[in-house]
Design a protein around this ligand. Sequence first.
Ligand code: F6R
Length: 616
Amino acid sequence: MCGIVGYTGARVAEPVLIEGLQKLEYRGYDSAGVCTVEASGAMHLRRAMGKLAALRARLATEPCPGSTGIGHTRWATHGKPSEHNAHPHRYEGVTVVHNGIIENHRALRAELQAEGHTFSSETDTEIFAHLVARERRGGASLHESVRGAVRRVHGAYALAVLDERCPGEIAFARLASPLVVGLGDGENFLASDVPAVLEHTRRFVFLEDGDTGTITAAGLTLTDVDGRPLSREATQILWSAVMAEKGGHKHFMHKEIAEQPRAVTDTLRGRLGLGDGDVTLDGVDLDVLARAKRIVITACGTSWHAGLVGRYLVEQLARVPCEVELASELRYRDPVLSDDTLVLAISQSGETADTLAALKEAKRRGTMVMSICNVIDAAIPRACAPDGSGKAAGTLYTRAGPEIGVASTKAFVTQLVALHLLALQLASVRKTMTKQALAGDLQALAELPMAIEGLLDGEDAVKAAAARYVAARDMLFLGRGLLFPIALEGALKLKEISYIHAEGYAAGEMKHGPIALIDEHMPVLVLALPGPGYEKVISNMEETRARGGRILAVVDTDDHALDDQVEALFRVPARHPRTAPVLATIPLQLFAYHVACLRGLDVDQPRNLAKSVTVE
Ligand code: F6R
C-alpha cells in the first residue's frame, strides 16, 4: 500500500511532490523517492531509505530541478526496505513508481534477463521500467508503451511513468490500486489519494480499473488498455484536509474497517490456485513446514485471538497438533520445545516486544520458526528470515497496508486469512484434505471480499443497534469453536475503545460461573452461526434469557429461528464454517466503533494504549 504523486506544470515539481508524499506517508514509510525531468530532458532521481525526512535531507543538498516529476513513499511488498529497492525505478531513461503487486514478476524478470536486461532491485516494480523501455525501443509513444507493458502483467497496479525523451508528460495506468488525477489550471497532478494534492486543486478524476493515460500541463488523455478513448466526469471534492487524510472517514479505524475487502483481496492475491486447487505461499520455506510435527502459535492481544482461530484451522485441516500461547507467558514458562516444533509468531507491527522475545527464546531452544506479519522486514520477520540453518521458514505477509487506528481491524482479518492459507498449505503437503475439500475452502476464501463488502453495506443497522447499548457498563460475548476467539476479539474491541467492561467466553463455560452475572444490566452477544456448536449455543442463549439477560446475536443470513427472541440481530452469510469467523468479526468491529463514537470517545487513540507495544 504505497503512495504515489505526480506533477506537471509551471512550478518546480520537487516541493509539490514532497508535500504530497508527506500527506501520503500514512500509506507506507519504509523508503521514499522522487524523479524529475527538466524541459531539456535532464532527469534527476533521488531515493532514501526510511521516512520521508531522510529524502528531504538528501534533497536539501542535492535538489531535483524540473517542472515534471513523480514521487513515491513505499510500503514494501517485494524486496526489503532499502535504497536500491526504493522507487522510482529507472531503466534506459524510463522511471516508474508503482503501488500494487505484480504476480508474474518472476517469469517476466526471467524473460527480460534472457534478452540481456539487468536488474538493480529485488522489487516487482522494476519490471515495469524494463517493459516500458522495451516498448519504447520499438518506437511506441510513452502512453502506448505503458499500455503494452500492463498487458503483460497480472496483478494490481497504480503506475506513474516518466521518460526523459518526453519531458512534460507523465503516463499512468490503474488496476485494483487507487489512483486519481487532480485537474489544475495549467498544471495537473496524479496521486494515490486525494489528500496528497488537495491544497492545489479540488477537481479530481477518480480513475477506474483498466484506465490508462497521460497528463501534461495542458490536459489529460484517457483511454482503456487497448487505446480506446474514455471520458470520466471530474468530481469537486469538498472534504477538509483532515477528512481527506482519512479518505473521507471520521476515523482511521472506520477507514480501516472499510478497507477490509481490499486488504483481504491483496492478502489472497497470487496465493489462491483456484484452477489447480492449491495454494502458493510466497516467502515461506515449505521444507521447514513439512518437518514440523507440532506448531506453537505465539502472539499478543488481537493477534493472539487470530492465533486461536489458527489452531482450529491447523488441527482441523492439516491434523498437526497446535497450541496457542500468549507471548508474555510462553517466554517465562520454561516450555517444552523440541526441534521438530515450529513456533509461529503472529504480529501486525512485527515489533511487539513480548512476541519478539518469545520467538527469540524459541530459537535459542532450537525450534523452527516462522511469522505472519503485516510490516515487511520488521524485527519479527527478520528473526524468521531463512538463514541457512534449515530452521527458519520465513514470513507469510498479510497485506493489510499500514494500520493507524490503535484498535486492530484489517490486520486481524488478514491474519485470519493468512492462517487459513497456511493451514491449507500444510494440509496440501500432508495430504489430509481431498482436492474437493481444498477447492471448497479456496472458493470460500475467494468469495470473502465480496461478502465483507455486503456486511459493510449493512452498517446502518449495526449503528442503530449500538445506540441501544451506549450506556451499558458490562457486556458478555459468547461463542463456541472457531467463534470463541471471535467472542474474545469482539469483547476486546469494545472494551479498548468504549471503556465498557466486556468479556469474551466460550459459550459452554457459562454455566461454570459467569451465568451468575446475568441480569437485565448485562447484555450478552451470542455468536450463533451454523456448525457443530449451533444447538448448544442456542441452549446457552435460552439459559441467559431465562435469567433476564438482554441478547444480541450474530446469525446466518438465512436463519430466522431467533428473530423474535433477541433484542438485536446481525446477519452474516456464514455459508462456509471456516470463513465464518472473518464475517462474524465485521459487525463486532462496527458495533464497538459506533458504541465508542456515540460515547464521544477518541476512537483512534484510546486512553493508555499504544499502537505498537515495544516494551515487555
Ligand atoms: C488490539 C490490538 C492489540 C495488538 C497487540 C499485538 O486492538 O491491536 O491487542 O493486537 O498489541 O500487536 P501486534 O499484532 O503488532 O504484535
